[in-house]
Design a protein around this ligand. Structure first.
Ligand code: EPS
Length: 388
């Protein structure tokens, strides 16, 4: 399966094309709209989310509720476009009109300056329109399709916020993937620990009042994964490496870890490796999951546990020092409408990108022309791994 996304933040539409889905897989716009709505929620979102109500239009690849095996095209309209028709016009506009909402004071931490230098853009808006996290809408739409495929194969994905603005939410032991889904869904900051919710909301309010922003850490758990997705035989076939790339490709994500992650640097091997047990009912399992479900770049059958860190959003209402690219004079950076935090939404995006990588790995390992055939192969492989 491969995919590509397109679209500017204030352009007419966002688009994604997905190729390589098996034929005969059930898929409806509701499956995708459900995930799009989840991404739009979360305490701390800015004014734009009051304008948008993301709804997908599927324009190819589905007939009578099932995939055809042909490319699936997804389109989401930007409702805000009607306020930007001249600024974002496809057609040439007058020199005077070109100056409206021109960006010439790059924001530190955003792609503005480097993108402008690289693509020789006189107006840095040409950079920020595409480098905007609006793009994550389509990553979530693609992820919704991936999640649908995984769900049909008894693989479940859940995400939650582990840290927001330095406030740590407890992660109770032994929760099932379903329980993680339910708990984070019931929290407007997507934490599993309700006792810190108010403290987090207060911090978001205070941060907003100060014209500042906060980041955090999100965690995604994938349960029901067969043993042996990905491969140790070549560097670019390791599934944990692919997931790491996918996570750090989300806007503002700067780091990723699996299982107990960077804590491994503080512990001896005897406290890190996950001991192997076998049982007739469950096959091979582990007594712990410190490695987050990966050995040698392959899934080991334990839940995948991956965390990503999101930096605070670089658009600050209390702007930082920057330079005017016209005069080279020191200047305060441009202020664009933004969110004080998007970490709860980012946990939904992280679920989507991880699901996309796992779905791709499933399609690589199992016959992927016809979905019914794929399901049979997955079932038979699961029986094989249990008795190996
Ligand atoms: C974003 C800035 C804001 C966010 C946007 C990402 O948009 P605007 O400039 O229109 O207010 O709301 O996120 C989305 C639109 C979205 O759908 O998540 C940015 O600069 O990255």
């Amino acid at each position: 399966m491969r995919f590509i996304t397109a679209g500017e933040s204030h352009g007419p539409e966002l688009t994604a094309i997905i190729e390589g889905l098996p034929a005969g897989m059930p898929l409806s716009p509701e499956d995708i709209n459900f995930e799009l709505a989840r991404r739009q929620g979360g305490y701390g979102r800015g004014g734009r989310m009051l304008i948008e109500k993301d709804q997908v239009r599927i324009t190819s690849g589905i007939r009578h509720g099932k995939t055809l095996g042909s490319p699936v095209t997804l389109v989401v309209e930007n409702k805000d476009w009607k306020n930007w028709t001249s600024v974002m016009s496809i057609d040439e506009v007058s020199e005077k009109e070109k100056k409206i909402r021109r960006v010439n004071k790059p924001r530190p931490g955003h792609a503005d300056l480097v993108g402008g230098i690289k693509y020789q853009h006189d107006d840095l808006r040409n950079v920020l329109e595409r480098s905007s996290a609006r793009e994550t809408t389509m990553r979530v739409a693609i992820g919704a399709v991936a999640k649908k495929l995984l769900k049909e194969l008894d693989i479940e994905v859940a995400g939650h916020v582990a840290i927001l603005g330095g406030i740590k939410a407890e992660i109770p032991d032994n929760l099932t993937v379903k329980e993680i889904q339910e708990r984070s869904e019931n929290s407007d900051v997507r934490v599993l620990d309700p006792s810190v919710e108010q403290e987090i909301r207060d911090l978001i309010d205070k941060t907003k009042k100060n014209g500042d922003t906060i980041g955090g850490v999100v965690e995604v758990v994938v349960g029901g994964v067969p043993i042996g997705l990905g491969s140790y035989v070549q560097w670019d076939r390791k599934l944990d490496a692919k997931i790491a790339q996918a996570v750090t490709s989300i806007n503002a994500f700067k780091g990723v870890e699996f299982g107990i992650g960077f804590e491994m640097g503080f512990k001896p091997g005897s406290q890190v490796m996950d001991e192997i047990v076998w049982d007739k009912a469950t096959g091979y399992t582990r007594t712990s999951n410190n490695l987050g479900g990966f050995e040698g770049g392959m899934t080991n059958g334990m839940p995948i546990v991956v965390r990503g860190v999101m930096k605070p959003i670089p658009t600050l209402y209390k702007p930082l020092q920057s330079v005017n690219i016209d005069t080279k004079e020191p200047y305060k950076a441009s202020v664009e409408r933004s969110d004080s935090t998007a970490v709860p939404a980012a946990s939904v995006v992280c679920e989507a990108v991880v699901a996309t990588e796992v779905a791709q790995a499933m399609l690589e390992k199992f016959g992927s022309d016809a979905f019914e055939q794929m399901k049979e192969e997955v079932d038979s492989y699961r029986r094989y791994t249990q008795t190996f």
